[in-house]
Design a protein around this ligand. Structure first.
Ligand code: 5GP
Ligand code: ZN
Length: 119
């Protein structure tokens, strides 16, 4: 466990394999797994292996990691068959953003048309 990793963080535990999940993508910096409570026919969470609370916790040192995370999103989406019809990528930040797990994650949602504005 890295010194920056809170012992109770479920997404750190999923990324390290300590907690079971349905992993659909994995590389040296990121892991993607199916959401436990899907809000669309396809709902995957893409997380960095490094514990960062949310977008607000990024520093200039994380630029490479951000590049890896964001560029993995279309790869995961294509792998799950979402590329042609499209999909939504969401990062909830903090209380008003609706964030419930304090480990940076991108929601990748697809398989149905998305509405706008979000709730
Ligand atoms: P947030 O609300 O923080 O943007 O998103 C957290 C997401 O994590 C929610 O969609 C929730 O369903 C999902 N989630 C919470 N706990 C677990 C878990 O233990 N395993 C998986 N696969 N998803 C989880
Ligand atoms: Zn974490």
């Amino acid at each position: 466990m890295s010194p920056d990793q809170p012992p109770s963080c479920i997404f750190c535990k999923i990324a390290s394999g300590e907690l079971e999940s349905d992993i659909v993508y994995s590389d040296d910096q990121c892991v993607a797994f199916r959401d436990l409570n899907p809000q669309a026919p396809v709902h995957v969470l893409l997380v960095p292996r490094k514990h960062i609370e949310n977008l607000n916790g990024l520093t200039p040192d994380d630029r490479g990691l951000v590049g890896a995370l964001v560029s993995a999103a279309p790869m995961v989406a294509a792998q799950l068959g979402l590329a042609v019809d499209g999909y939504r990528v969401v990062a909830n930040v903090g209380r008003f953003g609706g964030q419930s797990v304090d480990h940076l994650h991108l929601h990748i949602l697809g398989g149905r048309p998305m509405r706008w504005p979000p709730g």
